[in-house]
Write a protein that binds this ligand. Structure first.
Ligand code: FHN
Length: 456
């Protein structure tokens, strides 16, 4: 059985979109791309809803421009470590089919086709090993716009009727892509870099025309054959396209920026953006605050899930100041409050109005609750009204300041002190006698229902 505990204990990862599309960064010949902020889609939607996209030979003029002089893998991973991330995943190959490693399967890669001529994934792997950050790969298995048999955008759809129609490859040609590029490259990635996990990318049932049961079994089988520990996520397509559903993958991936408001009794994650874009978009100024991003992390942790914060570096390998500041702010909060996130688990307790609760089972059979207070009102009580365990003591995690705790008719009340520890999220440690059941213990470890599909 593959170890997934490291993944759930980690809680916080950094996701990265970086490639040829980082060069135009959402703007092509002076014109902002259409349809949405997904700048890694510029090849297909730069002049949306006009059909055709950027012709291949024109898009490939980016190859000669890809020579990131500020690519510094050690500095990248050190920043993610200091931000409190425990793992990192990068777009090894996105939909445009361009590979960030010297692939022997396809010369459409950073080593053979650009002046950079470096093994980006190999250098990042070295940096991850040095900083003890687990590394995984995003791999676009469903769509590949380079190979003649690769999947094209699933356009149009009922949700997006204005999308220009695409002529998808035949099943025979798709097999040539699947068995001639997709699976061989996935094997190559495992053999070269020993990733701890893959993040395969599909997002609704329009993928089922190509992601058939046999193709999924062959891809998952290739990962299982090549690695005894590499994890596979549900966006490989099992949610929609396999009779056994998500039971045959190791963790569930929600939709983009999809934050469930219910517990999910399996390892799961949400991947979310710093602003609207995944890859760098030079016109996207709507940066989320570190408070918002921290609450995404804590909300998910309180429901048993992870948060993977996406980074879209500039084409030259540098990070925008807006990213750098927020990463430092998140890291500063986690230096003090990390024990209230890492290795915690969700509880059967209802979400309190004042914030979120996670737990840590103690060796002596008792329980430590971490109460993440989102709205600290000095000298006011906050209550936990469905806790059946007797409280022992409470204090502010950051300062150690004692918190007065009382019980009345099974309602546990804690008096917030005069000084708010952190104007974003303040953590109170509450020790209680006995075990607080987890969601699964309280409600049964039923397999998660297929989560929502979504259209972007
Ligand atoms: O089409 C991709 C998109 O470019 C981006 O990689 C996101 C990240 O979750 N996944 C797909 C859309 O959901």
């Amino acid at each position: 059985m593959r170890d997934v505990k490291w993944f759930t204990d980690a809680r916080f990862g950094i996701f990265m979109h970086w490639g040829l599309y980082s060069i135009p960064a959402g703007v092509w010949k002076g014109k902002k791309m259409g349809r949405n902020w997904y700048s890694e889609w510029i090849r297909m939607q730069h002049n949306w809803p006009e059909p055709g996209g950027i012709p291949r030979e024109e898009y490939d003029t980016l190859l000669d421009q890809f020579n990131p002089d500020k690519f510094n893998p050690n500095h990248w991973i050190k920043q993610f470590k200091e931000a409190g991330a425990k793992y990192f995943l990068i777009t090894a190959k996105h939909h445009d089919g361009f590979a960030l490693w010297p692939s022997k399967v396809s010369e459409y890669n950073v080593y053979d086709a650009t002046p950079m001529k470096r093994d980006v994934l190999g250098e990042l792997k070295e940096a991850c090993d040095k900083h003890e950050i687990k590394m995984g790969f995003y791999y676009s298995h469903w769509l590949d716009w380079e190979h003649p048999g690769g999947g094209l955008p699933p356009w149009p759809s009922a949700e997006n009727p204005n999308d220009p129609p695409m002529m998808q490859p035949s099943q025979k040609l798709y097999d040539e892509y699947w068995y001639g590029k997709c699976i061989p490259q996935v094997r190559e990635l495992i053999e070269n870099y020993d990733p701890k996990f893959f993040w395969f990318d599909s997002w609704n049932d329009k993928s089922e025309m190509f992601l058939t049961e046999k193709r999924l079994d062959d891809l998952i089988g290739a990962v299982r054959d090549a690695s005894g520990h590499c994890l596979v996520n549900s966006r490989i397509g099992t949610t929609w396209s396999h009779p056994k559903g998500d039971s045959i993958v190791d963790y569930l991936s929600m939709g983009d920026n999809e934050f469930p408001d219910t517990q999910i009794p399996r390892p799961w994650e949400t991947s979310g953006t710093f602003n609207n874009a995944w890859a760098c978009h030079k016109l996207d100024y709507s940066w989320k605050s570190s408070e918002t991003l921290l609450k995404s992390l804590v909300d998910n942790a309180s429901r048993g899930g992870n948060f993977q914060l996406n980074i879209g570096p500039n084409a030259d390998g540098s990070f925008s100041p807006a990213m750098i500041r927020r990463l430092k702010e998140i890291g500063g909060w986690l230096i003090v409050n990390g024990e209230a996130v890492y290795g915690t688990s969700s509880t059967s307790l209802k979400d309190p109005a004042w914030g979120r609760i996670v737990k840590r089972d103690l060796p002596d059979g008792n329980t430590r609750l971490y109460c993440h207070v989102y709205d600290w009102v000095p000298n006011k009580n906050i209550d936990i009204d469905d806790l059946s365990c007797e409280p022992v003591k409470a204090s502010v995690l950051e300062t150690g300041e004692p918190i007065e705790v009382s019980v009345d008719k099974k309602i546990v009340s804690m008096m917030l002190t005069e000084h708010c520890p952190d104007d974003r999220i303040s953590v109170i440690v509450l020790d209680v006698i006995g075990k607080v059941p987890s969601y699964c213990e309280a409600f049964g470890d039923k397999m998660c229902e297929p989560h929502s599909t979504f259209n972007f």
